[in-house]
Design a protein around this ligand. Structure first.
Ligand SMILES: Nc1ncnc2c1ncn2[C@@H]1O[C@H](COP(=O)(O)OP(=O)(O)OP(=O)(O)O)[C@@H](O)[C@H]1O
Ligand SMILES: C[C@@](O)(CCO)CC(=O)[O-]
Ligand SMILES: [Mg+2]
Length: 387
């Protein structure tokens, strides 16, 4: 039997990092997905290995199922309906076991994804043989929520094969879980994100699970119904960075300057709330749309300034800001910053010629541009066959 699942990446429109410290943030799913396929062996198949193929990283892993029990003595046969946290001791044990695979230095960040995989797999499905393939349309480690899409998609495929959720094997095509099961997938994905991010707020896995546009604060999600067409250019600076290190850096800065940083996080809270209310307000005339866009531009500019105060901007991000500013366009980083992706608001009345020009200039700097669909579907799965 084979199950496939897919979960989208995201953009954070306002509030990244501050959301880790309890401020509100606004995020939307984007139409780029991470897909997972899990194939269980047929009854007559004697294969007793768990194989993982990470297509984007070009890495393959496999473990005899007996070896997995030794590596993760505490996770196998957990209750799939009760998400649990992977302890530091288990992370260390898996890291030691991963040395056998000689992951190249340039790809060492993938190790945390493999640990998250092993934790989710063994906690939800136990000690079973399977072939798992992961592939993504998202750039990895670039601020578009690849880690969350990875964890959500995995949690979804694993839960679809577990006893913890009731699924209809005969349903054809892509289907979503019911709300209770979506919440369970989201809670498991959060446990995976903890392994990759250290201290995630939960916004990335939540928007990847539920899709659409959301406001998120202290673990609570509010759906946003957008009343305006929001078109964002996404520029990938291709400067690699690691969300865990950037989140930790902001916390260290907060420890050094608690009052100043708390004031910054409070300012971000106001920005996110205003952002959400502008998007939701109705506008009838072109003039009203232009006024709303103007306010969003100012909020993006202020948010970017505050992210710079938090220490998460980067020379490559500043280059995108300067380049787009030449065309009177406003940009801000999205996700953890430190490189990665930058959003540029494309006003509704902006001509295609200007968009082409700005994209050409950004690409001449070595960056990669894309315009993604905003606010689409969340986690979905499908069964490919039974045996
Ligand atoms: N398709 C994938 N295959 C293997 N590992 C993945 C995949 N997608 C994400 N990962 C794991 O997630 C890590 C990247 O996560 P990270 O949080 O640093 O960046 P991001 O999620 O893309 O950006 P942000 O958190 O700012 O939105 C990778 O190093 C890897 O461990
Ligand atoms: C930087 C951060 O705020 C967003 C990363 O996409 C981290 C998080 O919320 O977990
Ligand atoms: Mg991430």
């Amino acid at each position: 039997m084979e199950v496939r699942s897919r979960a989208p990446g995201k953009i954070i429109l306002a509030g990244e990092h501050a959301v880790v410290h309890g401020s509100a943030a606004v995020a939307a799913s984007i139409g780029l997905y991470t897909s997972v396929s899990i194939r269980l062996p047929s009854v007559n198949d004697k294969d007793d290995t768990l194989a993982l193929h990470l297509m984007d990283a070009g890495l393959e892993f496999s473990w005899p199922v007996g070896r997995i029990k030794e590596m993760l003595p505490n996770s196998v046969n957990n209750d799939a309906s009760s998400p649990t946290t992977c302890c530091e001791e288990t992370i260390k044990l898996i890291l030691i076991a991963l040395k056998d695979f000689k992951i190249p230095d340039a790809k060492i960040g993938i190790a945390s994804g493999v640990i998250a995989f092993l934790w989710l797999y063994t906690s939800i499905l136990g000690n079973k043989a399977a072939k798992v393939i992961v592939s993504s349309e998202l750039p990895l480690g670039a601020g578009l929520g690849s880690s969350a899409a990875f964890c959500v998609s995995l949690a979804g495929a694993l839960l679809a094969l577990s006893d913890a959720v009731a699924v209809d094997f005969d349903q054809e095509g892509w289907v979503s879980f019911g709300e209770k099961d979506q919440q369970l997938a989201n809670r498991w994905a959060f446990e995976g994100e903890k392994i990759i991010h250290g201290k995630p707020s939960g916004i990335d896995n939540t928007v990847s699970t539920f899709g659409n546009m959301i406001k998120f604060k202290s673990g609570v999600l509010t759906c946003i119904k957008s009343n305006m067409v929001l078109k964002m250019l996404i520029t990938n600076t291709k400067v690699g960075r690691n969300t865990k290190a950037l989140v930790a850096g902001v916390s260290e800065r907060k420890n050094r300057h608690p009052d100043a940083m708390t004031s910054i996080f409070t300012a971000v809270e106001f920005i996110s709330n205003e952002f959400a209310s502008i998007i939701q307000s109705t506008s009838c005339s072109d003039d009203e749309v232009v006024q709303k866009e103007q306010r969003i531009r100012e909020l993006m500019e202020m948010n970017q300034g505050l992210l710079q105060c938090m220490g998460v901007s980067h020379a490559s991000i500043e280059t995108v800001l300067k380049t787009t500013c030449k065309y009177q366009l406003t940009s801000k980083l999205t996700g953890a910053g430190g490189g990665g992706c930058v959003l540029t608001l494309l006003p509704a009345l902006l001509s295609a010629t200007v968009i082409d020009k700005v994209i050409r200039e950004l690409e001449e700097c070595g960056f990669q541009c894309l315009i993604a669909e905003i606010g689409g579907k969340g986690l979905e799965f499908r069964f490919e066959g039974r045996s």
